[in-house]
Design a binder for this molecule. Structure first.
Ligand code: HEM
Length: 284
């Protein structure tokens, strides 16, 4: 059978067979395919609070969604390296859908009353979202590469972070692609050291301005710019909503990661991915 639910029949190779993939083989194809039994063994609340279980679950959901967004952003980067802007746009469009789910997921977190949160907050110790390597990998891949915000221990523990810093970020590939289409991207940006944080550039702002002044003359690049802006917009929306949740839960208290909490996050909120796409609007 084709086109139906992938769990409906055992046609996908390896499902439910307890084979070399490490599949336990419960005989339940839904469970075995995506290891749902294992999935439900990795929540370990340290208190009896049902809210703590919800907190862990929603945190895990968000981690998986960071990964889904990363998957698509990485695809977009590869398609741009091949000068396939339409395919890159489709990948970015898929990323945006998952980003919207990420923003909406804050709704579940907001069901947690502050007094219930404070019941278990202390057991978090110094655990903080700043230590999420998947979030950091996503930021690095998009182009926010300030390593000051990453603990050196995490760079050592998660080799994919260091490996990512050695690769051009999505925005680097965007600029290279623009140059190959004949747009005058300043030369030094085309082979810059990818590990060095990106500094906004007036020449790039002028390139985007030219594209937006003549969309029909630059249709594929214009569409790419619109998708990039949407990715950046959704990322900033996630950060802004996180800040609201933090104000709701902590007020002006310090964060478990040691920051000033909301006031620190307010500064982070100022950051914009693909900065010239934002500043260009002032000169249009
Ligand atoms: C009650 C819920 C939450 C509170 C009160 C909270 C609080 C904070 C605070 C105060 C910070 C600043 C760093 C620090 O000192 O710890 C932070 C950072 C962060 N949080 Fe949360 N958080 C909550 C839920 C979440 C969830 C569910 C996620 C996603 C899994 C998350 C992801 C992050 C990330 C990625 C950062 C780092 C931001 C950056 O470095 O740009 N937070 N959080």
């Amino acid at each position: 059978m084709s086109g139906g639910c992938p769990y409906a029949h055992g046609e996908t190779t390896g499902i439910g067979t307890g084979d070399a993939t490490g599949d336990r083989g419960t005989g339940n194809q839904y469970v075995d395919y995506a290891r749902m039994d294992t999935l439900h063994t990795i929540q370990h609340p340290r208190t009896d609070s049902p809210f703590e279980m919800s907190f862990i679950l929603i945190s895990q959901v968000k981690e998986l969604l960071f990964r889904m967004v990363h998957l698509e952003v990485d695809q977009a980067r590869q398609r741009l390296a091949e000068d396939r802007p339409e395919a890159a746009c489709r990948a970015l469009g898929r990323a945006v859908r998952s980003q919207r789910v990420l923003v909406d997921a804050w709704e579940s977190m907001n069901a947690l009353p502050v007094d219930e949160f404070l019941e278990f907050r202390s057991i978090l110790g110094e655990a903080s979202g700043t230590q999420s390597f998947m979030y950091r990998l996503l930021e690095f891949t998009l182009g926010n590469r300030g390593t000051a915000m990453v603990r050196s221990a995490d760079l050592a523990a998660f080799p994919e972070l260091a490996a990512e810093l050695a690769r051009p970020a999505l925005y680097d590939e965007v600029l290279r692609h623009l140059a190959r289409t004949g747009l005058p991207v300043p030369e030094p940006l085309l082979d810059r050291d990818p590990a060095v944080p990106y500094t906004p550039d007036e020449g790039v702002e002028k390139v985007w301005e030219a594209v937006y002044r003549d969309p029909d003359g630059h249709r594929p690049v214009y569409e790419l710019a619109e998708q990039l802006l949407e990715v950046a917009y959704q990322f900033s929306r996630w950060r802004a909503t996180h800040l609201l949740v933090v104000e709701r839960m902590l007020g002006a208290k310090r964060g478990s990661g040691g920051s000033d909490g909301a006031s620190w996050l307010r500064q982070i909120n100022e950051h914009r991915f693909f900065p010239e796409l934002w500043t260009m609007r002032s000169v249009l």
